[in-house]
Design a protein around this ligand. Structure first.
Ligand code: BGC
Ligand code: NOJ
Length: 814
């Protein structure tokens, strides 16, 4: 069953009924000002940091009811009937409804009683504001007298405090109304220098800024008193709950169309210029007035929208493909790339499943996000790398998270996730291969955000490498610390207290439990660092990295191989996890995927055996589960992984983030059919027709699909903000389609299904456009390449040195 359809030409997903199984959302903004928007106009906005600079409120914990948003009410002033054109919050029947989620915008349209309403929500590039462009058409044969009410509920900036500290918050709300613009300025009079503003293009019939005055006592947003009576109260909020609502009255001739534009903005004033006149308590509005004037004009709004469109044309144009599989094309060309932008921007902070309060940007997560993002805006990737590295500790360890607003490591969560440091090497490797910007390695970067501690970025990578060598366990495998990639494998935690955080509690000194996953990651990162060091002329470093990688490879074979697959870890008692010896959790996906990715056992059949075991024990029609058998009870020595009911999340759920490791592994072993088959099982577009089972958005990946042990096998959760986006993008674009940036140029090495006759792609890489035509002549993956008509050896195409900007590649595989 479907709830809409893909409109690939317009790069939109069109939702045709508002009661989707879960809120199906989109993101607005891609620089500093962001918003979540659902198909029923729910969601909230924030500046940079979803917790610390929340502009508007959303209500949590109601899923699938998605509440708090950018709501508009229409009222027929002749009959008194009123409704929300986005269905929520009045939820009355609409004659027609449609939401188009596009690249950085959403348009929600509906019709009722001959009144068509369509609102396009977007954030213009380079602005810290959002626009709601409402088009109203009177399709009735007679004139229509309408009242139009807007509404937002302001958040008192710190979203955590806002939803808890009522004893204070009910007394601090402040607004100003000036020239029909509503200004939200809570705490501006004291230490804040930022405020929000909400403007409308039309002359107002009234306004409200106090929630209770707008809604009426004991009423909800589905039936605001002001809307019901067709008249705002003109309230000015003092304390309680500041809102913004404009009331516009308009008469529409038969067939007439008009636009109303709403602009919600965020602004910071210089501290010395906060007030106007100086010495007063009145917000200085000089900086925002020109903006308000600008975006009250439709032509400027249309131009801003066209710019946004062109921006996305440019970004998506970097990698376009045409293959025999529409789901591959759609994800590569549109949605997977788009999701990678969202994960880069939000990390794991704000979505239907992340409150925006709990987490900053993850060190591990943000480095991996680069894999799917770096080709789009390399300058931003560069900055992100430098920001992440600046939070690294002098030991080479990392804070697990940092707050994007302060760019400082988050002490509440701390560190000792022993895989973290290596992801920096992986991220920097991806950046260097994409850009060839070797200068980044010489950038001076602080440790632990401490001025004076700067060392070249390259030194940070060396410390990442050493970090593991200084933390080896009894078998010579890396100690796991608090956890590795699997945040829920908490082998030093031993938590017996309800509510205790599995991620921050540690009761063991951590000198025994080891991770085979980190061993694989270490081998991969050490080889990467060796490649970097070699090209930097640091031969000694390169040698050391390769030697240690080889040593670890050996150790894994010796202590990390179970006979049919790779062991997952050793617990605090020195017992195996992920072994045939175990009662439950005999085989895990992570060590199979990552050891193969690292190249361990490629030559001697170990890798093949491991992936065959994955197929045998872990593969399901909905994707590959994390481990089997699922843990049926709580194991204090394993931690959170066993806290989940079987089939969910890390306890044998299909963790879509790590499926690509197996997919890539299959390509490394030359098995394009298996790789693409696994890819398709979790491809959201390929799952669109089972939306009633999958339940999350069919246009983006979800972190998890319930595994075969769950009663809801096949049901997805935690859509949007997941490493799944970057890893699947990386797997399909670089390993299956095989168009892969390398230090010396672009590699073409497709490993596609045997049934594919070929495919075409365009890839922009280091300022050159490569037009690639791949055709199949046999069933294998052997490659012959012609570059601009000339046959070349090998599979890496060096960047042209003669100034050519357009390169034609013909690849024959077979
Ligand atoms: C989740 C993990 C997540 C961790 C982050 C756990 O509850 O299961 O997927 O990485 O929280 O704190
Ligand atoms: C989600 C976290 O964001 C990520 O860092 C982690 O690797 C996975 N969960 C697995 O636990």
């Amino acid at each position: 069953m479907k709830y809409g359809y893909f409109d690939d030409k317009n790069r939109e997903y069109v939702i045709t009924r508002p009661d989707t199984p879960l809120p199906w959302i989109n993101y607005l903004g891609c620089q500093d000002y962001f918003g979540i928007i659902s198909a029923t106009a729910g969601g909230y906005s924030y500046y940079r940091d979803a917790r610390l600079r929340r502009i508007t409120r959303g209500r949590y914990n109601n899923v699938p009811f998605d509440f708090g948003g950018r709501y508009i009410y229409l009222r027929d002033d002749t009959s008194g009937e009123f409704w929300s054109p986005s269905w929520m919050p009045t939820r009355g029947a609409l004659e027609q409804y449609e939401c188009r989620h596009g690249m950085g915008y959403s348009t929600i349209s509906s019709t009722l009683n001959g009144i068509a309403a369509s609102t396009r929500y977007f954030v213009p590039l380079d602005e810290t504001l959002e626009i709601w462009q409402l088009t109203l058409t009177n399709n009735r044969p007679e004139p229509a007298e309408l009242s139009v009410f807007s509404s937002v509920e302001f958040c008192l900036w710190d979203a955590m405090d806002d939803s808890t500290n009522f004893q204070r918050n009910f007394s601090i709300g402040q607004v100003e109304i000036d020239d029909e613009v509503i200004y939200h300025k809570t705490e501006y009079r004291e230490r804040r220098n930022h405020f929000a503003w909400f403007a409308c293009s039309e002359k107002l019939a009234g306004f409200d800024t106090q929630r209770e005055a707008f809604l009426g006592p004991w009423r909800g947003w589905d039936k605001p008193a002001a809307v019901e009576r067709g008249e705002s109260a003109g309230s000015v909020a003092h304390g309680w709950s500041p809102i913004g609502s404009h009331h516009v009255r308009a008469r529409f001739a038969p067939g007439e169309t008009r636009q109303i534009i709403y602009v919600l903005g965020y602004n910071e004033n210089k501290v010395e210029e906060k007030f106007d006149p100086p010495g007063s308590q009145t917000v200085n509005k000089k900086t925002v007035k020109p903006l308000i004037a600008k975006y009250r004009e439709r032509a400027n709004v249309d131009a801003a929208f066209e710019r946004l469109r062109a921006y996305w044309d440019g970004l998506l144009g970097i990698y376009q493909v045409s293959t025999p599989d529409e789901h591959t094309d759609r994800m590569v060309n549109i949605w997977n790339a788009y999701q990678c932008m969202a994960t880069f921007n939000m990390s794991r902070s704000a979505s239907t499943f992340e409150s925006g309060i709990g987490r900053g940007l993850g060190f591990r997560d943000s480095n991996q996000d680069l894999l799917g993002f770096v080709h789009m805006v390399p300058e931003r990737a560069r900055q992100r790398i430098l920001d992440l590295a600046a939070t690294q500790l002098p030991t080479g360890g990392a804070y697990h998270q940092y707050q994007p607003l302060t760019k400082k490591g988050n002490n509440d969560v701390g560190g000792n996730f022993n895989d973290d440091p290596h992801w920096l090497i992986v991220g920097v490797g991806a950046y260097l291969k994409e850009t060839g910007d070797w200068g980044i390695l010489d950038e001076p970067v602080m440790f632990d955000s401490a001025p004076g501690s700067e060392q070249p970025l390259y030194e940070h990578l060396r410390r990442s490498f050493r970090y593991t060598l200084e933390r080896l366990g009894p078998h010579g495998l890396p100690l796991i610390g608090r956890a590795d990639w699997n945040d829920c494998l908490n082998l030093n935690c031993f938590s017996d207290t309800p509510g205790q955080s599995f991620q921050t509690t540690t009761s063991k000194d951590g000198k025994v439990a080891e991770s085979v996953f980190i061993a694989g990651l270490f081998v991969l990162a050490a080889k990467e660092l060796a490649a970097i060091a070699t090209r930097r002329g640091q031969k000694g470093d390169a040698k050391a990295c390769l030697e240690e990688a080889a040593r670890m490879d050996e150790t894994v074979r010796k202590h990390g191989w179970d006979g049919e697959w790779f062991v997952r870890a050793y617990d605090d008692f020195g017992r195996k996890i992920g072994s045939n010896e175990c009662e439950e959790g005999k085989i895990f996906i992570e060590s199979q995927g990552f050891c193969v990715l690292a190249g361990i056992g490629l030559e001697d059949g170990m890798a093949r055996k491991a992936l065959d075991s994955v197929r045998k024990h872990l593969a399901t029609p909905h994707g590959i589960v994390l481990q089997q058998p699922a843990y049926s009870r709580y194991y204090i020595e394993y931690g959170e992984i066993s806290s989940y009911p079987p089939g969910y999340k890390e306890n044998a759920g299909i963790f879509c983030h790590n499926n690509p490791w197996v997919i890539i592994g299959e390509t490394m072993l030359g098995n394009g059919d298996a790789a693409h088959d696994y890819y398709s099982r979790i491809n959201p577009s390929a799952r669109e027709t089972i939306s009633e089972v999958h339940r999350c958005e069919p246009y983006v990946y979800a972190q998890m699909i319930a595994g075969r042990d769950a009663p809801t096998h096949g049901e997805a959760k935690n859509s949007w903000l997941t490493g799944t986006a970057a890893w699947n993008y990386y797997a399909i674009t670089q390993w299956i389609l095989g168009i892969r940036p390398e230090y010396e140029g672009l590699r073409i090495a497709p490993v596609v299904p045997q049934g594919w006759k070929g495919f075409n792609a365009t890839r922009k890489f280091r300022g050159v456009t490569y037009r690639i035509a791949v055709s199949r002549k046999g069933t294998g993956n052997k490659l012959s390449l012609k570059v601009d008509g000339k046959a070349i050896d090998g599979s890496v195409i060096p960047v042209p040195t003669d100034g050519r900007k357009d390169v034609k590649i013909e690849a024959v595989i077979g």
